[in-house]
Design a protein around this ligand. Sequence first.
Ligand code: SF4
Length: 293
Amino acid sequence: MIFQYDYPLFRPPAEANNIILQVTLGCSHNQCSFCSMYKDKQYKVKKLSQIFEEIDVLANMYPDTIKIFLADGDALGIETKQLLKILSYLKASFKKLRRVSTYATAQNIINKSSEELTQLSKSKLNLIYFGIETGDNTLLLKINKGVNKEQLIESLNKASNSNIKISATIILGLGGIQNSTNHIINTADIINNTSINYLSTLQLGLEENESKKFYKKFEVFTHLTDLEILEEQKQLLKLLNPGSKIIFRSNHASNALHLSGNIPKDLNRLIYEIEFCLKEGESSLVPTQFRGF
Ligand code: SF4
C-alpha cells in the first residue's frame, strides 16, 4: 500500500516528533471565521479498513512509537464505537504506545457521554487540543464558534472529569480594541472554572482571503498593536486563579514575546517579563519577519 497524507495537514507544535494518523479529513464544524485551516476540505470520516491499512504501514516503519496524534480537525467527532476500534488497533500495533491525542471541539465533547469519554481515555486517548479562543459570548457569536461560554466550561469539565488532559489555546487580540476588556475578563473566567493542564496564548492572524468574512461581523474592528496585545496578556495573567496547576506557554510562531512557566507559581515572574517588554518597547519583541500565523 502507498501511504499518502491528504494535505493540508496540521498538528499542534507539541506533536512535532510524533506520528500523525489521519482518521478524518477536515473539520466537522469548519465555520470559525478566523480559521482557514480546512476551508477547502469536505469533512469526512475515513473508512476503518483504510485506517487499519495505514496503521499497518506506520507500525512497520515506526514500531517503537509511543505517541500518536489523530488528525484532521476534530477526530473526537467520530462515533465512539469506531474510535474505540481504532484505539484498540493502535494498541495492538504499537506495543509501546502511551498516548493518543487529537484536536477536539466543545461540540464533540458535548455529543459524547461521560462514560464514553472515560472509555476513550482508558483506551489511551488521553490528551485533547482545544481551542477556547475566547470566553466572551458576544465574541463567540461573532466568530461563529458554534458554542457559548457555558458550553465551553461544561465540555472542558466533562473532559477533565473523564481523565482526559486538556491543552487549550486562546487568541489574544481576537476582539480588537473594542472588545478587549470583555474578551479577557470572560476568558480568565473560563480558565478559573475548569481544570486545563496546558494553556497557550496565540495572537490573532487572519489570512487575507478570509479576513472579509471575519470583519463582516464587527461594526468596527481595530487591531491591537503588539504592545497592546502584551497589555491584554498581562491583564489575563493578573486575573488567573485556577484551581489546579497549568503549564503555560506563549511560544507559538505568532507570539511577539515568548513566555513559559507554571501557573499559579510563576505568575508574578511572567507579569514582570511582560512589564519589562512594555517598558522597553517594540525592540524587545520578536521581529515580525520571524513570525507566522
Ligand atoms: S473548530 Fe477548529 S478547525 Fe474547525 S473551524 Fe473552528 S478553529 Fe478551525
